[in-house]
Design a protein around this ligand. Structure first.
Ligand SMILES: [Zn+2]
Length: 139
């Protein structure tokens, strides 16, 4: 499945769901609220938000929260076509490296939609994370 297989409607809906999710973010420490939405190969959309913790290292990004939500709903065979991430603040908000690696696990051919320097950008994951970590195949 190619990233181009998505429709304009899917793109618009994915962004709308990510925007809706932002208000549910739990970010009392950074005040950097983020919402994300993933589109699965089955055509479902799941959302996530960043959830901070007083012990900062336990914080989870919106993108990973959305992916884990999708796994919980569709199971380990989950395949992702796209991920959209929206920040409450203006300015660039691409997924962090950890989220890119987690996305690669379920959507190596996925496209990522995020706020860039000059508006929304849509970039294939393989361009954001060209050298994905993979365990060697078992023989
Ligand atoms: Zn992240």
């Amino acid at each position: 499945m190619t990233p181009q297989a998505r429709t304009e409607n899917e793109h618009t809906l994915l962004l709308a769901k990510a925007r809706e999710a932002v208000s549910h973010a739990y970010a009392p420490y950074s005040h950097f609220r983020v919402g994300a939405a993933v589109l699965t190969a089955k055509g479902n959309i799941y959302t996530g938000v960043n959830v901070e913790n007083a012990s900062y290292g336990l914080t989870i990004c919106a993108e990973r929260a959305a992916i884990f939500n999708a796994v919980a709903q569709e199971g380990p065979e989950l395949r992702l076509k796209a991920l959209a991430v929206i920040c409450e603040h203006p300015g660039p908000c691409p997924p962090c490296g950890a989220c890119r690696q987690v996305l690669a696990e379920f959507g190596p051919d996925a496209v990522v939609i995020f706020q860039g320097q000059n508006g929304l950008e849509e970039v294939p994951l393989f361009q954001l994370l060209p050298h994905t970590f993979n365990l060697p195949e078992k023989s």
